[in-house]
Write a protein of this length. Structure first.
Lengths: 76, 253, 359
């Protein structure tokens, strides 16, 4: 069982839906939304939020710096 | 644990660097430039050298780098960034001066300027993003375009009889006595990006040691020019580009 | 008062640059101006004033180094001769577009192409009309003596910074190679960081600290702001035309005929003026000192009482067009020129004058 829980917040209006974060996520948390933002991009979002471990890989690969990653130790 | 318990300022582990401006990048989705810009911003922030750093942007897609990275910038004519950086560095030796160049800018029209800046051992950092194509002008052949690669000016694939061979400019520059650190990295996976960040950090630290030119080539993608999705572009890059342009340090003295 | 010396025109450019607090020189060898960099390298000003001197790999690199130095608010310069000036046009138009001050010296030789290494004035169009692409002008100074080679280094930097625009000393190889007495200026220290802050603090690349980032670029994303900027440049050139015209007149008050000539040709025409006056022919000389802005009004004012102008140049007739534009057909404008590096003698000029005006 993971010792950490994570979460991401995507700046959906700035996201260009490049899909790189989706591929980089080791726990398959992220997907592209079927909806589009104001520019017509399928922005990324947490489809499976409970699987996020806060590894920040998505933030690292995002070319547009639109993902903020949070990580918190799970209380015993 | 609820999401609201996690999404709190004290739990942030990754966020946009303070040195990245609010301007929305004009780059296409998945562009390598965005990742490299972000790394530069983080490194300049972490080394606390914002007020000592001067960037020189190229002609090419990254011409507008100055809109995204909150430092002082000069925008150079096509290929001339190393000459511009030479004077900035010589006249302000206490500064961290870097050029940001693409493969057309550095390896074609700016061949003389990069060669001689390296040969003189200017105290500058060269960030060289190699995506094997002219992105901004619409996907023409660049000096590093691979044999067989289709571009708008090699619609039947690059043919060495017609177009010559792809140039490994970074290996050439490593031969020059004025370069101290020459490395080739990529920005396609979290691991690769972490390595690239280390390499660029080291390059900037070399400025403080006044050891000469540090060159970090980043093999990148151009999904619009290559006409593939960003994810497919990364796969194509790993399969084809890395063979011609292998990742790793070329020189470190 | 400064030192009085016997020096070559090109050497004086170098010596004055050091003395007036120039921060950097970037050049590439080409005849007939190589003495400028040679003098600097021999003098080693980096030990004396901290001035940077660098031999670049090409004229293109040299002018782009000047661009880089100018970005920092520094007093930087380059020099070259005609074929090299063609290569520098890229950097010059970028500097005009980025509104960067610098000093350029063109010691002209015969052309086109590689041409000759002998003196010429055939870069007039290139220097005064723009030279590179886009709507822009340089401030163009035309020395006619070794003394003016010194004076115009100081003046060139002054005007370049006043207008945030490149200034060029346009001189023929004769003045560059000539030795004459010169009074050199006293030493002025290079600008301190604080002085640069005061002079160019709102744009120079000094590192972003407690202020907005500074960006030096000549690029606009869309047409309307570019046009607004183009208008700004045009206002600047208008101000130059109103404020900075410099010229010299000799015996023009009662002259029936007036020579218009600059640089070494003006000296030749001055001698021709004296010889013709000895013969009782009332001749005068108008010597433009600034070729841009051109002394259009001064020539215009002389039209009514002048039977004719004779423009004399070491070219096929380039300044001639500016004289014609000033005269607007109100009196005769004739031309005598030598090309290819051939310098006319006063006798050549007199012969041409007498033939043209049937005297």
């Amino acid at each position: 069982m993971a010792k950490f829980r994570g979460a991401i917040v995507v700046d959906t209006e700035s996201c260009k839906g490049c899909n790189l974060c989706v591929v980089a996520c080791p726990t398959h948390v992220i997907e592209l939304n079927t909806d589009v933002n104001g520019k017509g991009y399928h922005y990324s979002y947490m489809k499976n939020p409970t699987s996020c471990i806060g590894c920040a890989n998505c933030g690292l690969v995002c070319p547009d710096s639109v993902i903020t990653v949070y990580k918190k130790a799970i209380d015993k | 644990m609820e999401l609201t318990d996690i999404i709190k300022a004290e739990n942030i582990v990754s966020q946009k660097s303070k040195l990245i401006t609010e301007n929305v990048m004009h780059y296409c989705p998945g562009c390598t430039h965005g990742v490299v810009h972000k790394l530069l911003a983080e490194i300049i922030e972490e080394l606390d050298i914002q007020e000592k750093t001067i960037g020189v942007s190229p002609v090419g897609c990254a011409v507008f780098a100055y809109n995204y990275l909150d430092i002082d910038w000069s925008q150079a004519a096509h290929g001339r960034a190393p000459a511009v950086a030479t004077a900035i560095s010589r006249l302000q030796p206490e500064k961290y001066v870097f050029t940001y160049q693409g493969d057309g800018d550095l390896a074609s029209i700016g061949c003389a300027e990069i060669m001689h800046a390296c040969n003189r051992g200017e105290n500058i950092v060269v960030i060289f993003v190699n995506n094997a194509i002219y992105g901004m002008t619409g996907g023409q052949m660049s000096p590093t375009t691979l044999l067989g690669q289709v571009t708008s000016t090699t619609p039947h694939g690059r043919d060495e009889k017609l177009n010559g061979f792809p140039i490994k400019i970074t290996e050439l520059l490593a031969q020059l006595d004025g370069t101290c650190y020459v490395t080739r990295q990529s920005a396609d996976t979290p691991g690769a990006i972490r390595k690239t960040k280390k390499a660029i950090t080291k390059a900037f630290q070399n400025t403080r040691l006044a050891k000469g030119v540090s060159i970090v080539e980043i093999v990148g993608t151009c999904s619009s020019g290559w006409k593939m999705s960003p994810v497919a572009s990364n796969e194509w890059m790993r399969e084809h580009m890395f063979k011609k342009y292998p990742i790793g340090d070329i020189k470190d003295i | 008062m400064g030192d009085i010396k016997l020096m070559k025109g090109n050497e004086v450019i170098a010596e004055t640059a050091i003395r007036c607090g120039c921060d950097g020189y970037f050049g590439y060898p080409i005849t007939p101006q190589s003495e400028i960099m040679e003098t600097l390298m021999l003098r080693r000003p980096w030990e004396e004033t901290g001035m940077v001197v660098l031999q670049a790999e090409s004229e293109i690199a040299a002018i782009n180094m000047v661009y880089g130095g100018a970005c920092c608010g520094k007093k930087v310069m380059t020099s070259s001769s005609s074929p090299g000036m063609s290569l520098k046009q890229e950097g010059i138009t970028y500097m005009a577009g980025a509104e960067l001050p610098c000093l350029i010296v063109d010691v002209m030789r015969g052309g086109p192409g590689l041409g000759t290494i002998q003196p010429s004035q055939s870069d007039y169009f290139q220097a005064t009309k723009g030279g590179g692409h886009g709507d822009y002008h340089l401030i163009v100074l035309a020395p006619a003596s070794v003394q003016e080679m010194s004076d115009f280094v100081v003046l060139g930097f002054e005007l370049a910074f006043k207008y945030q625009n490149p200034a060029i000393i346009l001189v023929d190889g004769a003045i560059g190679q000539m030795m004459e007495k010169v009074e050199l200026p006293d030493y002025t220290p290079r600008w301190s960081e604080q002085e640069i802050e005061e002079i160019s603090g709102d744009w120079a690349l000094t590192g972003k600290k407690n202020r907005k980032q500074h960006i030096i670029t000549s690029l606009e994303y869309s047409a309307p702001p570019q046009e607004i900027f183009n208008h700004k440049l045009q206002r600047k050139y208008k101000e130059m035309r109103e404020q900075e015209v410099r010229f010299e007149t000799i015996h023009c008050e009662d002259a029936d005929y007036i020579f218009v000539a600059y640089g070494s040709v003006a000296r030749i025409c001055q001698k021709a003026t004296e010889l013709l006056r000895e013969k009782g022919i009332k001749v005068g000389l108008l010597r433009p000192i600034t070729l841009y802005p051109f002394p259009t009004q001064a020539i215009s004012d002389l039209c009514s009482k002048t039977k004719g102008f004779l423009t004399v140049e070491m070219s096929a007739g380039q300044m001639l067009e500016d004289v014609q534009l000033a005269v607007e057909g109100r009196t005769k404008v004739e031309f005598y020129g030598r090309m290819g590096g051939v310098i006319p003698t006063p006798e050549d000029v007199i012969e041409a004058f007498e033939k043209i005006f049937s005297i």
